[in-house]
Design a protein around this ligand. Structure first.
Ligand SMILES: Cc1cc2nc3c(=O)[nH]c(=O)nc-3n(C[C@H](O)[C@H](O)[C@H](O)COP(=O)(O)O)c2cc1C
Length: 559
């Protein structure tokens, strides 16, 4: 029967056309920004925290920590990323340790009468569209049955959404007790409230940051977190309960994102059958809680719904083999930086001093840590790197200012070179790194201009655009991979944020940039490569008017 095949093919092409239409339609141009309200309607500002009313709640810390006698094991940042920390047995306390250092609150800031929370994971506009769910078996310190929980970052607590039959977990995962799942979803409205149609992109960036934060924090307790491609959006929606209309009356709906397997032992092979079984199990289970409403008024941005449907993930049972990760980055010295401290201190710089430079070694070290390797967060992705960095170097000792390209998969060299301007130099900038000098230039004004005239892109050590291998990736993996391209940029960004802190500097993600002017800088035409995210690193200048308090009240007494 050829007909279903033709229909499937047409709908894939139709969805790819929608992706192109959405992507082009949400570009910022010099003369026109992507469509948004154009002003902030403070009356409808969404709450950054969701709760499920009437759901039983388990505080994660300090209560279970005290009950279990769990003592966090000191870990350096390098040990954490290199997966060298001995694995803790699964328990509520260790899970709390992981979540606190992945998605918890890192500080409360105050300016005059305004007070707002910051989190371990960053978010465009600090709007935090990403919600997290934990699916696990019976765990010491939590329930004695398998369950689905919502992570409430404001209270650092797990809200019980659903309790499963006793045997459900063991039968899905062949009796393995050392596995839990973390699912991430997005509330588009949180970003759309401020950014209008471009918000779908920001939700995906943020989800990429959050998944990298989970991957790294899992390493903190010796666990390994990997994205599971086999889960379709339909299945993610079912097991997290976000498809339960009756629990979301008046509440903004959540969009499925991804599921990560977190294991304390061997990596998990999650079969299609296991997914199907868990979906059946939750359908029979007892659910609790009703989602809180975040705003009373809403604006509908139907373009976002359209691209969300076009990029719905059907799940994939087989994925191509990935590029072998190099070993040499694993054998590097330990900088002896306490991982928990580093994760909690990550912040976005509000401004840079426009003077300080870093040395060549530190710069190359930072770049080497965003190359694929057997470290976190790179072990979490099931696809080869599709994102490369076009770097404006401003202030790096012994590296001439100018435009550079870091190829995170060297196999892209010929295609990218052919796609770029013909007069670029393509000089190797270093023996050990796939870093190419394209042009000598004082690129400060240009870098700020393409990043929506933001000075932070000019005043630091360097700023960059993340160039995605766009059309070829969408052809290979289908329209849903549009999301993954942004996730990968978020993962790169998360690592750069942390590497900046490790170097005594600071970074900022830049979602506001002029898309095609950045392509013009490189001479790119069409959709073969698209810049999806900008980023900047430098020596920060703090705003002394802001005061800071710890993320949770119980930390005040601990420190
Ligand atoms: C995807 C993304 C895009 C961002 N875009 C910008 C930007 O264009 N300009 C800017 O100053 N900050 C930008 N930021 C920084 C956020 O404003 C910042 O993460 C947020 O206020 C939370 O602060 P924190 O990172 O210190 O936790 C961006 C962050 C992310 C994750």
């Amino acid at each position: 029967m050829p007909l279903p095949h033709i229909i499937a093919h047409e709908s894939r092409e139709g969805s790819l056309a929608t992706v192109h239409r959405y992507h082009d339609g949400t570009k910022h141009h010099f003369q026109q920004f992507a469509r948004s309200l154009g002003y902030l309607d403070w009356a409808s500002q969404p709450s950054p925290f969701r709760g499920f009313t009437e759901a039983p709640i388990f505080p994660l810390y300090p209560t279970p920590g005290v009950a279990d006698g769990y003592t966090p094991r000191r870990a350096t940042f390098d040990q954490t990323c290199q997966l060298e920390v001995p694995a803790e047995p699964l328990s509520a306390a260790a899970l709390g340790d992981m979540l606190r250092h992945a998605l918890g609150l890192s500080a409360w800031k105050r300016f005059n009468t305004s007070r707002w929370a910051l989190r371990v994971n960053p978010s465009s506009g600090n709007l935090h569209p990403t919600e997290a769910y934990v699916l696990c078996g019976a765990l010491p310190g939590l329930g004695n049955q398998p369950a689905v929980y919502h992570y409430a970052a404001d209270r650092h607590a797990l809200e019980v959404r659903c309790v499963l039959d006793k045997g459900a977990w063991a039968s899905a995962f062949g009796g393995r007790q050392d596995v839990l799942l973390v699912a991430l979803t997005s509330i588009h409205w949180r970003e759309a409230w401020k950014y209008g149609e471009r918000a779908f992109r920001y939700c995906q960036h943020d989800l990429g940051h959050a998944s990298a934060a989970v991957s790294i924090a899992a390493g903190l307790v010796g666990w390994r977190a990997v994205l599971l491609p086999v889960w379709s959006h339909h299945a993610i929606a079912a097991v997290t309960g976000i498809d339960r209309a009756q629990d979301f009356i008046d509440a903004e709906r959540e969009e499925p994102g991804c599921i990560m397997a977190v294991t304390a032992g061997e990596p998990l092979h999650c079969s299609q059958e296991a997914v199907g079984q868990l979906v059946d199990d939750v359908a029979r289970a007892h659910w609790s809680g009703r989602a809180s409403q975040l705003s009373e008024d809403h604006v509908v941005w139907s373009f976002i719904d359209e691209v969300a449907r076009a990029t719905e993930d059907p799940g994939r049972s087989s994925v191509p083999a990935t590029l072998p990760a190099t070993d040499d980055q694993d054998a590097r010295r330990d900088r002896e930086i306490d991982a928990r401290t580093l994760l909690l201190q990550r912040r976005s710089a509000l401004g840079f001093d426009g003077r300080t430079a870093i040395d060549r070694g530190t710069f190359f070290d930072m770049l080497s840590r965003v190359l694929p390797s057997r470290r976190t967060p790179w072990i979490s992705a099931w696809w080869d790197p599709r994102v490369h960095l076009a770097i404006f170097v401003h202030r790096v000792h012994e590296v001439p200012p100018g435009l550079y390209l870091l190829l995170r998969d060297p196999r892209v060299f010929d295609r990218l070179r052919a796609a770029c301007r013909a007069d670029f130099l393509w000089e190797a900038a270093d023996d050990g790194l796939p870093l190419w000098r394209l042009a000598h230039a004082d690129a400060r004004a240009l870098a700020a201009r393409v990043s929506c005239d933001q000075d932070i892109a000019a005043d630091g050590f360097f700023s960059l655009g993340m160039l995605a291998d766009f059309d070829a990736s969408l052809q290979t993996f289908g329209p849903s991979f549009y999301r993954h391209l942004f996730w990968e940029t978020g993962m790169v960004g998360q690592m750069l944020y942390l590497e900046a802190e490790a170097a005594g500097a600071r970074a900022t993600g830049i979602g506001c940039f002029y898309d095609d002017p950045m392509h013009d800088v490189l001479g790119l035409r069409g959709h073969a490569f698209q810049s999806l995210y900008h980023f900047t690193v430098g020596a920060p200048v703090d705003d002394a008017r802001l005061t800071s308090e710890p993320g949770y009240a119980w930390e005040k007494t601990e420190r």
